[in-house]
Ligand binder design. Structure first.
Ligand SMILES: [Fe+2]
Length: 312
C-alpha cells in the first residue's frame, strides 16, 4: 500500500495525505506504522474534523490509553483530553494553561523539550494532537528526533552518558523545575490546575523515577538519546554538580542542533509523535489568542523506566 508522504524537514517528520475512507482499508495501517517508524512524527493536514476521526486514526497505530494524570476529558470520549488554551473571559480568571513572561513576551502554554510521562516509571508509546482552533500567530509545537540527536553528539558526550540514567520528578509549576527555565521567566497567571497538585499529593503520587539516558530502538538497533529535560532533576549515581553539568551540556546540544521541525498549526491538523524516539516542546501562544487542542495517547511502555532507589 503506497501512501502520499512528503518529509516535513530533513531530519524529522513527514506529512501524509490520507482520505477518510482509507482508514481501515487493507494495508493502510501497516503503511502508516512503517512511515511512523521511519519519520518519528506524522502530520495529517486538515484530517481531524471530529473526536471520532481523531480516535479512529489513533487506533491505526495501536491501542488508546486513558491519560494517567490529565483528567480534562472530552465528554463522551474518555481517551480524548482537551488541552485548549482559551483567553480568560474576565480579568483574574484562570485558564487551563499557565501564562509566563519569557524574554519580555507573555506566552500561554509554553513547555520546554520533553517526551511524555518521563515522570512515571511507565511511559506511553505515542500521542496524537489535533487542532480545533489555531492561533493567528505562535502556538507552534517543536519536534526533535532523539536518534538523530544521539548521532550528532560529540564522542566524549556519547562516552559520558553510556550506561547512565536520569532521575525525573513531576512538577507542574514551571517556576519550580530545575532545568530549561529561562533566567528572566516570570509567572503571570497560574494554571487553573495548579492548586490540584499540592505538595502532599506530589510527594505521595509522584515519587522520583529513573530512565536510562541511552537505549537501542528495538526495530533498528539505533541508539536513542533518551532525555526529557522538562522534568529532569538530576543524574543517578553521580555527584550532583557533575550530573547537573552533564544534563546542561545535553540540553545545549538539543537546543543548538537545529534539527527540529516546528509545526505551525492549522485547523483540523492531526500530528502523531513517537514518544519512545522523539521529543517535543510548545512555544506558547500570545495570551489574547485561543489555541484549542485535543489529544489522544497510545498505550505501550518501553519497559526501561523504574522507581528511583532511596539513595539516588
Ligand atoms: Fe508533551
Amino acid at each position: 500500500m503506497d501512501l502520499d508522504i512528503a518529509p516535513l524537514s530533513p531530519h524529522v517528520g513527514a506529512a501524509v495525505r490520507l482520505e477518510p475512507n482509507q482508514i481501515g482499508q487493507p494495508g493502510v495501517g501497516e503503511a502508516l506504522r512503517a512511515a511512523w517508524l521511519r519519520y518519528g512524527v506524522l502530520l495529517f493536514p486538515g484530517f481531524g474534523t471530529s473526536p471520532e476521526r481523531h480516535v479512529a486514526l489513533t487506533r491505526c497505530f495501536g491501542d488508546l490509553l486513558v491519560h494517567p494524570v490529565n483528567t480534562n476529558q472530552v465528554p463522551g470520549f474518555p481517551e480524548v483530553v482537551d488541552m485548549s488554551y482559551v483567553p480568560p473571559a474576565r480579568p483574574g480568571e484562570l485558564s487551563y494553561h499557565a501564562v509566563y513572561e519569557i524574554e519580555g513576551r507573555a506566552l500561554a502554554g509554553w513547555l520546554p523539550w520533553h517526551f511524555d510521562l518521563s515522570y512515571m516509571a511507565a511511559i506511553n508509546r505515542g500521542s496524537m494532537l489535533r487542532a480545533l482552533e489555531a492561533p493567528p500567530e505562535g502556538g507552534r509545537t517543536g519536534f526533535l528526533d532523539r536518534i538523530r540527536l544521539y548521532e550528532l553528539l560529540p564522542e566524549d558526550l556519547k562516552r559520558a552518558i553510556e550506561g547512565r540514567s536520569v532521575i525525573y520528578r513531576f512538577q507542574p509549576d514551571m517556576m519550580k523545575r530545575k532545568f530549561c527555565r529561562p533566567a528572566d521567566m516570570k509567572l503571570l497567571a497560574p494554571s487553573m490546575r495548579a492548586s490540584y497538585f499540592d505538595g502532599e499529593r506530589l510527594e505521595r503520587d509522584f515519587p522520583p523515577v529513573v530512565h536510562p539516558l541511552v537505549y537501542d530502538q528495538a526495530e533498528t538497533g539505533r541508539k536513542v538519546l533518551n532525555l526529557a529535560p522538562m522534568f529532569a532533576v538530576g543524574m543517578e549515581d553521580m555527584d550532583a554538580a557533575e550530573g547537573d553539568a552533564l544534563i546542561e551540556r545535553l540540553i545545549a546540544h538539543c537546543g543548538t542542533a537545529d534539527y527540529a521541525y516546528f509545526h505551525q498549526w492549522r485547523e483540523n491538523d492531526l500530528v502523531i509523535w513517537d514518544n519512545w524516539r522523539t521529543m517535543h516542546c510548545a512555544q506558547g501562544v500570545p495570551p489574547q489568542y485561543a489555541r484549542r487542542m485535543q489529544r489522544t495517547s497510545l498505550k505501550g511502555d518501553y519497559g526501561l523506566g523504574r522507581l528511583a532507589t532511596d539513595d539516588s
